[in-house]
Ligand binder design. Structure first.
Ligand code: KG4
Ligand code: ZN
Length: 349
């Protein structure tokens, strides 16, 4: 590491908004550690994340995960210059565990604490791989908990909502459709795999909110999910086999089509030529390919972090914390609380 890099602040980041306990260490824009524990398997039989189980798992995983992150980065806790933590949006009980841990470390180390927005952190993480974000950029965040289109004039100070889902999140639709098809939770990866063998044009599933009078940047996946369930049920009632690969491919195509069309349109309308993808669904192979194709055709530079950094992790929170330190943003109050529905406009609270 260069001497200049050593002068950059070392930020410890905590992420506990859902079922991943993430602890990351970032120096400037350099990723040093990304330690993760997950309670995903404990939620599988319920078909979705159970908040109480997630909170308890965070509590058990927290200290060992911090120790792993420090060891991975080869630093001591006393080297840390600032602490960042997801303050929302997310599951309140789960957020509280991360906040309590972050406050304890900040207090014990006598370092500033930044309570940050989870969605802005999903955008910030891309800087660890692709360098400084062009500003303004557009960001499409798609996961099990969110589907948002964001305009980012200044990641440390100003993030605006362009649109969001009015019902299910994109990842939630993947999870529910996977269930209908008898696949495990979370449903994104098995659908992605099955779709490779299927025909994306086999079934013409509906594209939500794409009519001329519909909100151009909002999403809706609940109608699509129901359409898939009805289609599968009709086949089963008729005693015919369900062509799983074709259903998976056609469903995935409908999601990728709507997401990329709306993101590209938002870029065009706002005159923005940089698009960042984030969230667990950004790991989807068809979404990545179609985004690549449509951005290239529209002259938009596409940035997508590696799948590991797209899903929830502590490094993304540390990355945003580092940005805030660099921008001279004042730290949060020591008693900063959790806000399960923290608005996207609030980058730090
Ligand atoms: O960001 P994430 O790890 O957690 C939050 O929900 O915040 O996203 C998890 C979601 C799940 O719904 C999962 O099914 C979806 O991301 N996912 C995928 C893929 N990998 C994960 N969806 C589609 N294709 C994938 N390859
Ligand atoms: Zn997330």
């Amino acid at each position: 590491m260069s001497i200049a890099a050593r002068n950059e602040p070392l930020v410890l980041g905590f992420e506990t908004s859902c079922d991943e306990t993430g602890v990351g260490l970032v120096r400037g824009q350099t990723l040093l550690a990304d330690a993760l524990a997950t309670s995903m398997a404990e939620h599988e039989r319920f078909g979705g994340v159970v908040p109480e189980i997630a909170s308890r798992a965070h509590l058990e995983a927290m200290v060992p995960t911090v120790h792993r992150a420090l060891a991975e980065a080869g630093v001591q806790a006393s080297d840390v210059d600032a602490v960042a933590v997801t303050a929302g949006p997310g599951l309140t009980g789960a957020l509280l565990v991360g906040l309590a841990a972050a406050k304890a470390y900040a207090l014990a180390l006598d370092k500033p604490l930044y309570g940050v927005n989870h969605l802005a952190a999903h955008v910030a993480v891309d800087e660890l791989q692709h360098g400084r974000l062009a500003e303004p950029s557009m960001a499409l965040l798609v996961s099990g908990g969110h589907s948002s289109l964001l305009l980012v004039p200044d990641l440390a100070r100003e993030v605006r909502s362009m649109g969001r889902t009015i019902d299910d999140a994109a990842g939630e639709a993947f999870d529910k459709v996977a269930r209908v098809l008898g696949m495990p939770f979370p449903g994104g990866p098995p659908i992605d795999r099955a779709a490779r063998e299927g025909d994306p044009t086999a079934i013409d599933f509906p594209r939500g909110l794409t009519g001329p009078r519909d909100a151009p940047y909002d999403f809706s996946f609940s109608g699509l999910k129901t359409a898939v369930a009805r289609w599968v049920e009709a086949r089963q009632r008729a005693g015919e086999p369900v062509p799983v690969a074709d259903v998976a491919a056609s469903f995935q195509e409908a999601v990728a089509d709507v997401l990329t069309a709306k993101a590209v349109r938002a870029c065009r309308d706002a005159g923005i030529d940089h698009l960042v993808l984030g969230g667990g669904v950004a790991a989807n192979s068809r979404l990545r390919a179609l985004a690549e194709e449509r951005c290239a055709a529209a002259g938009i530079v596409l940035r997508v972090p590696s799948p590991r950094l797209c899903t929830d992790n502590g490094a993304m929170v540390a990355a945003l914390g580092s940005r805030l330190v660099e921008a001279g943003i004042p730290p949060s109050a020591p008693d900063v609380g959790a806000d399960s529905s923290l608005p996207i406009e609030v980058v730090t609270r």
